[in-house]
Design a binder for this molecule. Structure first.
Ligand code: IPM
Ligand code: MG
Length: 414
């Protein structure tokens, strides 16, 4: 097992109320920590301090175990997902993931060693090995950030409450088809794909090249996924909006049939609508029409959730969790990028990571801690504090702060 790293703030005043020694009444939670690439370590430093303090106040102690991944791990350990990190993450079962990737290294080392590109190697491997089927991306609309939204004021509900709980299907689809099926003797489709490949190869030899990703869904996995999404909608009293491309694609025609059947048989009380992915994309700008729990495939969810976050404010506010519904294994990763161009400058917005930390605490049973973080974020925005990405030029009452200061502001309000 890797070493335990205490996440200690630089500011000695904050230090006093951050690190609390465990006592017998406090529950210890082990967490695998990936600080990550680019600006991620700075943002994660703030997020870990905030999560630790909120947990302490809710009877919990967080023990972070460093499990390096990303280009930084390649430089120190020779692999963007070192074996020891993967083993520890699986053993610990809860991962707080700062984000990996840096285009500069992708274009240099990655050009020579494409298998080391960390987005695919680290993130996809973890999702698969930990069985992370459900990816929750709740979109929170902050009226304080209204000037950043791409939604016209008349399309924001008068109570200003927008509920878009995206639940992305995080396995299978085009992300995993090739590695699951090509050259895998267990599947007939491998032979089929190889035959098509050989055929195409001979047909296009000469000037053309052809590349393909196999996209697939399994009946049992769709059923498990959609039951979880329906259950969530029922608990929240929200409709379920299922997104697909059933008009032209086989896997989504199948998806829609299963969703319809499971809905009718097991969740007749949940209002179900189907939405084609292209029209769902257009509805992003009239969020009142996309109100509910939104179920969508892996690739659709990747694309649409960035759009939803940007439409309502900023990618920097995105929070995300990925859960295995059978084992409870979970990874908490904001889903936003690593901001490599401003790395080391104390400029990146840590709020998405901080809110993702709140999701982690809720998952670990510390709902009060999670609530207090979310409330603190709202208060800080109300008071006009912004990292530079959220600060429109010349807006009155806006105070621009750095990554660490933003962390301090949240800490002070827990
Ligand atoms: C996300 C990211 C990842 C994805 C990448 C980095 C593999 O964009 O979590 O949305 O495509 O799933
Ligand atoms: Mg994405």
């Amino acid at each position: 097992m890797s070493k335990v790293v205490a996440v200690i703030p630089n500011n000695p005043v904050l230090l006093q109320n951050t690190i609390q020694q465990p006592n017998i009444l406090m529950k210890t939670h082990n967490i695998a920590l990936v600080t990550g690439d680019g600006s991620a370590p700075e943002m994660m430093r703030a997020a870990c301090r905030v999560a630790s303090k909120a947990a302490n106040k809710d009877g919990g102690v967080l023990n972070f175990h460093e499990t390096p991944a990303g280009w930084n791990a390649y430089f120190s350990l020779g692999d963007t997902l070192p074996k020891s990190s993967l083993e520890d993450m699986i053993k610990i079962g809860t991962v707080f993931f700062g984000g990996v990737g840096d285009p500069q290294h992708d274009n240099t080392i990655g050009a020579e060693h494409p298998e080391m590109k960390p987005e695919a190697r680290a993130l996809l491997t973890l999702r698969k090995e930990m069985g992370l089927l459900l990816n929750f991306r709740p979109m929170i609309y902050y009226p304080e950030l209204a000037s950043l939204t791409n939604v016209k004021p008349e399309n924001i509900p008068s109570d200003k409450i927008i509920k878009q709980i995206w639940i992305r299907f995080l396995l299978e689809d085009s992300y995993f088809g090739n590695q699951d099926f090509l050259n895998n003797p267990d599947y007939k489709v491998a032979a089929h794909a190889a035959a098509i490949g050989a055929c195409v190869k001979s047909a296009v030899r000469g000037t053309e090249e052809l590349v393909s990703d196999i996209a697939y869904y399994r009946k049992k996995t769709i059923e498990k996924y959609i039951r979880a999404a329906f259950k969530h909608a029922r608990e929240l009293g929200l409709p379920l909006i299922s997104i697909d491309k059933a008009n032209v694609m086989a896997r989504y025609d199948y998806w829609r049939k299963i969703v319809t059947r499971v809905g009718a048989e097991e969740f007749p009380d949940v209002n179900l609508t189907h939405q084609l992915v292209d029209s769902a994309n257009a509805l992003m700008f009239t969020p009142a029409k996309l109100h509910g729990v939104i179920a969508c495939g892996n690739e659709h969810g990747d694309i649409l959730s960035d759009g939803a976050a940007a439409a309502l404010g900023s990618m920097g506010m995105m929070c995300s969790s990925a859960i295995n519904p059978d084992t409870g294994a979970a990874m908490f990763e904001s889903g936003a990028g690593t901001a490599p161009t401003i790395a080391g400058q104390d400029k990146a917005n840590p709020l998405g990571r901080i809110l993702t930390g709140a999701m982690m605490l809720r998952h670990l049973g510390m709902g009060n801690a999670a609530d207090s973080i979310e409330a603190a974020v709202k208060q800080v925005l109300e008071l006009g504090y912004r990292t530079i990405d959220l600060a429109p030029a010349n807006q009155e009452g806006i105070k621009v702060v750095g990554t660490e200061w933003m962390g301090d502001l949240i800490m002070a309000r827990l």
